[in-house]
Design a protein around this ligand. Structure first.
Ligand code: UT7
Length: 323
């Protein structure tokens, strides 16, 4: 008998304002055609003035709690994956805890940029396997619109805001890859590449700063590393791409998603794609895509799901789970 972290509920939230590519044509030397052909993005959501990451996260968390049929105080731990917390501290997770009215658990943030949700799921899984928590609320939430340089056409057209949340709970499995729940995780980072994707401000500069990216270089690493990490996670439980029902990738660029699927040997009919509607929502992109995959009836109980992501750090990783 093995302890497993099994998904009990999922939900997401997107800010009301939808910004189509055409809006950028008014202020930048860009075009809908360029953005669609180079990234696959058609539109994204931007938070309203004063709308914060923890607010988006709280909406998503409430939807996940509702699906799980749980109250806020049924949760032992809240992890928020974000690089855009409302404040430097306290954590966005404690703000969500307060907004939900949870007084029985503990809460903290995980910061691994676009790989944040994979890192947070891995943390939640480890805490559940160690018996430190039975029910963990894992959230990915971002307001990247707050850290854009609106004069830099090579970055500001790519990102969006949103949040997704899922609840993992301890269950007993047989210890085989047929068990429901998280079956394997694979985490990596290489700080030698820290200058490829970063925000040029923070505590050290006493201002928030804006995102800077060597897009071509990040693209090159993404195409190389995402299939590797997904394969590595599958191999840990003796599974291969043939066993996979759904790949739910980080949604940064349709060309990266297609190339990774090709390398893995998984057809695009088994990949959940939301990049056209959300842009790159960093740590929120995987839980958003999972939630939409479930609500569209694609991901069903018993399906083998692989998530993979890469972002600033560089940090990357994958999670294999049976829904
Ligand atoms: O989530 C974290 C991970 N992030 C990513 O995975 C992003 C990875 N990178 C990418 O997705 C792609 O590299 C981009 C979408 C950022 C760029 O696509 P690309 O095919 O690598 O284009 P490029 O950077 O080679 O740029 C091609 C041209 C350049 O012009 P020149 O130098 O060839 O004259 C750019 O200046 O396109 C130009 N360009 C634009 N043109 C119109 C860059 N941004 C724009 C724009 N509109 N918005």
């Amino acid at each position: 008998m093995t302890r497993r972290a099994v998904v009990k509920g999922i939900g997401h939230y997107l800010p009301e304002r939808i910004v189509p590519n055409a809006e950028f044509e008014k202020t930048l030397d860009t075009s809908n055609d360029w953005i669609v052909s180079r990234s696959g993005i058609e539109r994204r959501h931007f938070a309203a003035e004063g709308e914060t990451t923890s607010q988006l996260a709280t909406h998503a968390a409430k939807a996940a709690l509702e699906m799980a049929g749980m109250d806020a105080n049924d949760i032992d731990a809240i992890i928020v994956a974000t690089s855009t917390p409302d404040n430097t501290f306290p954590s966005a997770a404690t703000m969500v805890q307060s907004a939900l009215g949870n007084t029985t658990g503990f809460a903290f943030d995980v910061q691994a940029v676009c790989a944040g949700f994979v890192y947070a799921m891995s943390n939640a899984n480890a805490m559940i396997l160690a018996g430190q928590a039975d029910r963990v609320l894992v959230i990915g939430a971002e307001t990247f619109s707050r850290i854009m340089d609106w004069t830099d056409r090579s970055t500001c057209v790519l990102f969006g805001d949103g949040a997704g949340a899922l609840i993992l709970a301890a269950e007993t499995g047989n210890g085989t890859s047929d068990d429901r729940g998280i079956l394997a995780t694979d985490l990596n980072s290489d700080g030698r590449y820290k200058d490829l994707l970063y925000v040029d401000g923070g505590v050290a500069t006493q201002n928030t700063g804006v995102l800077r990216m060597e897009g071509k270089e990040v693209f090159r690493h993404a195409v190389e590393k995402l299939a590797q990490t997904a394969d590595a996670a599958l191999e840990k439980v003796g599974l291969s791409a043939e066993d996979v029902d759904w790949v739910v990738p980080h949604q940064a660029n349709i060309r990266i998603i297609q190339s990774t699927a090709r390398k893995l040997g998984v057809g695009m009919d088994r990949v959940v794609v939301t990049v056209q509607d959300h842009g790159n929502t960093s740590a929120a992109s995987i839980p958003l895509a999972l939630s939409i995959g479930v609500s569209e009836g694609k991901i069903k109980p018993g399906d083998l799901v692989v998530t993979e992501a890469i972002g600033g750090g560089l940090a990357w990783g994958a999670v294999v789970l049976r829904w």
